[in-house]
Structure formats: structure tokens, C-alpha cells
Design a protein around this ligand. Structure first.
Ligand SMILES: NC(=O)c1ccc[n+]([C@@H]2O[C@H](COP(=O)([O-])OP(=O)(O)OC[C@H]3O[C@@H](n4cnc5c(N)ncnc54)[C@H](O)[C@@H]3O)[C@@H](O)[C@H]2O)c1
Length: 355
């Protein structure tokens, strides 16, 4: 078990990760407190005894429907109303037990209720353990725009226990690997570990080890740039194009779209002369081990929607974080039509099996 501290000017947060983290910490965190636990229908079904034996003994357990579509205003309102009717006080603690969806919406509710109550994140997917539970970003979607309403609100504690990964469907493991490969494109040591272990990316032992590395990388970035005014933008690698495809095509999950977005953005980085083809290929080979990249027929149209991604400064220009050299991402700004036409070119090459 390892602990990563995140101390910034405005917050103090700790991430405890590794086997045993849940059993050794959660009962004590619930003791003598009024708690409010948010989870989703899948996690509740699989881990019912944990909720009955631990969380339900110190407060209400609120179950939201599983899946991305729950990140909306009416589900948020339902959580806030349940908090009120459960008698939650300012010194109470909210537990977010689930994947990134539960973490994002429960974190937002915790930041709003009584102007902020204590928050503990218990991430149960690989993606949420390596990425979304750390760093304090909370959000819901609105009017078809992803994560457009949210707050920065640091959890006091994050408990990332790999025991939850044993029940995770293989597809969700692959989604988490997307964020791990993204972190590999930002961090030389993680990149090297991925290259050395590319045959066993989905092995439980490899994942346990790399989860800590990814958390430590993200913590370091958050300490330096909590509010995403500079360095933290690097964590959005692959996300601009991924979000555009996610909005347009919908059918895959967030992590899968991040992987696809990374692939298309690597094509752009090579095409614009920022990334050497050999380095891009080494990342692409990892991505292709995990997912088949679709040759989207409407890629250009979908990416014009990226102009609405809130991470972009001006609508006529797209800002992308792309890998330049190992461990060195760079910002690339492109006029929207040029960006969309290179994406279309990539899709056309994929369709003709030329990539
Ligand atoms: N806040 C941030 O910094 C940040 C960063 C990255 C992603 N995100 C957000 O995270 C979300 C994606 O997170 P996710 O991939 O965890 O999705 P998710 O929360 O929808 O979980 C994926 C699926 O796995 C199920 N599940 C969760 N834990 C399980 C377990 N232990 N065993 C079996 N099934 C389990 C869920 O019920 C769900 O069906 C997106 O909404 C994305 O925008 C936020």
C-alpha cells in the first residue's frame, strides 16, 4: 500500500492505493460520522455486502443508474435532494464509490451541498483509479456538451484498491488502459514500462504496479497546476478528438473514445511534423493492441463539433496536446477546418487500409 500526498495552496488531499487500501481505511473513515454514499446500479449489485456492512451503517446509500447518461442535471438534483432528506450536515462525508461517472457527479454534488462537504473517492474502475478520482475535477454534461458544468473540488481522501478490478469487464479494463497509455505519452518512465510489458498490459500484477505510477504522475501535475492553466492541459491528450467522436457516435465508452482520439491526434502530430513517425508508431502499436481503430465516415463533421469543446480557447482554432518526444507533449493549435480535414484524411487512409 502506498500513499501519495497532494498539497496545493488551497487543498490537502491524499491518495492511498494498493491491496488492502479499502479494508484498512474505509471503516475508520466512516466511523462516528454521518455519511452519504453514492454508487451506481452495477457496483451496488456486485458489492451489495460492502454497502450493507459498511456504508449503510453510517448513513444513506444512493444508487444512480450505471452509465455515462447519468451525468446529467436531473440525476444531480436527485442526489442533492437525497442528501437533504438524509439530514446531511456540513461536517458529514460523501463517499463516491464507483467509476468516473459516479466520481464526477457525486464530487460535484459534494462541492455544491452546503457549499461543500467532506468527500472521499473510492474508484472502482481502472480508469477512475489511474485518472478521474485524482485531481478534483467534477462535472456533468449539459446540452450534449461533455463535462461543461463542474467544479474543482479536491477529495480529502482517495482509496484506490485493485480488489475492485477483479470484477471489471475486460472492455472496461481496456478503457483504463487508454488513460494509462495517455500517461505513458507524458511520462518517460511509464512509457518505458509500457514498452517493456506490452505483451501483458492486461495482467493484474502489471496493472497494480502501473496504477501507482499513473496516480503519482497525475498528482505531480495537479500540485503544479491545480486549475489547469498550463501543465494540467497535457492530461487532455487525445481527449479533444475523443470527445468529438463521443458526442457524435455515442456507442462506445469514454475510455475507448480517448484511445481512438489519441490515434487520430498522433496522425495529426506526425502530419504536422511535431512527432517523429517512429515514436508515434510505438504509441500506436500499444493503442492497436487494445482497440481496433474505426475509419469514421463522418470524421470531419464529427470533429467540427470539437470546436464546442470547452477546453478550446477560441472556436475558430483547435488546441491539441500532442506527443512530441518521449515524455514531452506539446500544444498544437490548428484552424478548425484544417484540423477536421486532416482527421478526415486519416479516416480515409484507415478505410483504404493504408495505415
Ligand atoms: N474528473 C476527471 O478528471 C475525469 C478524468 C477522466 C475521465 N472522467 C470521466 O470518467 C467517466 C468514465 O469513467 P469510467 O470509465 O470509470 O466509467 P463508468 O463510471 O461509467 O464505469 C464503467 C462501467 O463499469 C461499471 N463498474 C464500475 N466499477 C465496477 C467494478 N468494480 N466491477 C464491475 N463493473 C464496474 C460501471 O457500472 C459502468 O457500467 C467519464 O464520464 C469521463 O468524463 C473524469
Amino acid at each position: 500500500m502506498k500513499t501519495v500526498e497532494i498539497n496545493t495552496a488551497t487543498c490537502s488531499s491524499r491518495v492511498i492505493c494498493g491491496e488492502g487500501a479499502f479494508n484498512e481505511n474505509i471503516p475508520a473513515l466512516c466511523r462516528d460520522k454521518l455519511t452519504f454514499t453514492v454508487t451506481d446500479s452495477n457496483v451496488y449489485r456486485i458489492y451489495r455486502p460492502l454497502f450493507d456492512d459498511i456504508f449503510a451503517k453510517s448513513g444513506a446509500v444512493h444508487v444512480i443508474p450505471a452509465g455515462e447518461k447519468s451525468k446529467n442535471y436531473s440525476v444531480l438534483l436527485g442526489i442533492l435532494k437525497a442528501m437533504l432528506s438524509s439530514g446531511l450536515k456540513r461536517n458529514s462525508t460523501v463517499f463516491a464509490v464507483g467509476g468516473g461517472v459516479v466520481g464526477d457527479i457525486a464530487g460535484l454534488a459534494a462541492s455544491l451541498y452546503m457549499r461543500g462537504v467532506h468527500l472521499v473517492q473510492v474508484p472502482t474502475t481502472l480508469l477512475s483509479q489511474v485518472d478521474s478520482s485524482v485531481g478534483g475535477k467534477t462535472a456533468i454534461d449539459l446540452c450534449g456538451i461533455k463535462n461543461i458544468v463542474g467544479t474543482f473540488y479536491q477529495p480529502e481522501t482517495v482509496i484506490a484498491d485493485p480488489m475492485f478490478l477483479s470484477t471489471l469487464p475486460a472492455r472496461e479494463v481496456r478503457c483504463g488502459l487508454g488513460e494509462i497509455i495517455k500517461t505513458g505519452a507524458l511520462n518517460k518512465d511509464i512509457y518505458n514500462k509500457l514498452q517493456q510489458n506490452k505483451e501483458k498490459l492486461e495482467d493484474a500484477d502489471f496493472l497494480k504496479d502501473i496504477i501507482y505510477d499513473c496516480i503519482a504522475h497525475k498528482a505531480d501535475v495537479v500540485i503544479k497546476d491545480e486549475r489547469e492553466s498550463g501543465l494540467r492541459k497535457t492530461l487532455n491528450l487525445g481527449h479533444t478528438t475523443g470527445h468529438a467522436f463521443e458526442l457524435y457516435y455515442k456507442r462506445k465508452s469514454h475510455g475507448e473514445f480517448v484511445l481512438i482520439g489519441m490515434y487520430y491526434e498522433l496522425y495529426i502530430a506526425v502530419r504536422c511534423g511535431i512527432c517523429a513517425p517512429e515514436y508515434a508508431d510505438s504509441l500506436i502499436n500499444l493503442i492497436k493492441r487494445i482497440i481496433k481503430i474505426p475509419a469514421y465516415a463522418d470524421a470531419e463533421k464529427a470533429c467540427l463539433m470539437a470546436a464546442y469543446d470547452k477546453k478550446n480557447v477560441r472556436a475558430e482554432e483547435i488546441s491539441l496536446m500532442v506527443p512530441a518526444k518521449i515524455g514531452q507533449p506539446e500544444e498544437l493549435r490548428l484552424p478548425v477546418p484544417k484540423y477536421a480535414s486532416i482527421i478526415a484524411e486519416c479516416a480515409a487512409q484507415l478505410k483504404e487500409n493504408r495505415l
